[in-house]
Design a protein around this ligand. Sequence first.
Ligand code: DOR
Ligand code: ZN
Length: 347
Amino acid sequence: MNEWVIRQPDDWHVHLRDGVMMAAVVPFTARQCGRAIVMPNLVPPVTTVAQAASYRERILQALPEASQFEPLMTLYLTEQTTVAELAAAAQSPFIYAVKLYPAGATTNSDRGVRDPLSIDPLLAELERSGLPLLVHGEVVDGAVDIFDREAQFIERVLKPIMERFPRLKLVMEHITTQNAVDFVLSQPDNVGATITAHHLLYNRNALLVGGVHPHYYCLPVLKRESHRQALLSAATSGSFKFFMGTDSAPHTQANKESACGCAGAFTAYAALELYAEAFDQVGQLARLEAFTSLNGPRFYGLAPNEARIKLTRAAQTVPEFIPVGDSERLIPLRAGETLAWQAQRVE
Ligand code: DOR
Ligand code: ZN
């Protein structure tokens, strides 16, 4: 296949940030995606319906003129979150999910939940309302190797939660291991998972061989090749449970290329092209549309987008950087390198 048309995708997990960074990155997501689940890990985090409403307005203001892009907002779960706030979120027309960050697991997760097994009233409310819980699935435990943190989280946290709340709508975010694939497949249809393009394309060698490559550092960290193969199999299996979530997570060049670099890969500028490359690697381009454009809406109970995107096998060069405000730069994944595909909106 060298050229074909698919339904417009949605990004079921993206970081749009705020201020000048938001202004720099929003057009990329809006260009390709009809909708996106917007992560709430701002500083301070988006913890209330009122804060989500005002963040949504700021995103709409940052959109290019005539853009039809719809931001789907989320709330950040804290130990102070109330059942009443979650009930209000479920009633809100623009809130689509609640995000659980284990405290300390990743960027701006300090206000997250220290013990996810101690918030049963909140989980009961989410199970009742049907508002999805999106989970960053890594334990925060200095005794656990960073490459094992996802697998441990499944055993220690996700399995007990799903036993207590079997009808909870849960998305295991940015899965990185065979263990996560197995867990998601072992659960009923109310449990799904997002997979990033970078976890489909790269293993941990990309991060560490020949030097430290900070733009390949993200959380959960890239894993070994056998896990990447498991993710590719899951994404191309035809299962409805797996869908596109880029976890595109912009940080400035200075914050990435540092003695203590931030976690996150910026992929939104060519998300669909990167996914196409991954599916093409395993001869499964025919399954791309379900993953990028159908499975996610199905999980969230929404209609797929009506707009169409044309994918063409034609080389494009990734920009060396994207300007952020007057003086900063954002380095996209694969900066200066070539991509094999081009995605264009069909008018
Ligand atoms: O790599 C990541 N970056 N993983 C996350 O979980 C958070 C994200 C961010 O916000 O930068
Ligand atoms: Zn994320």
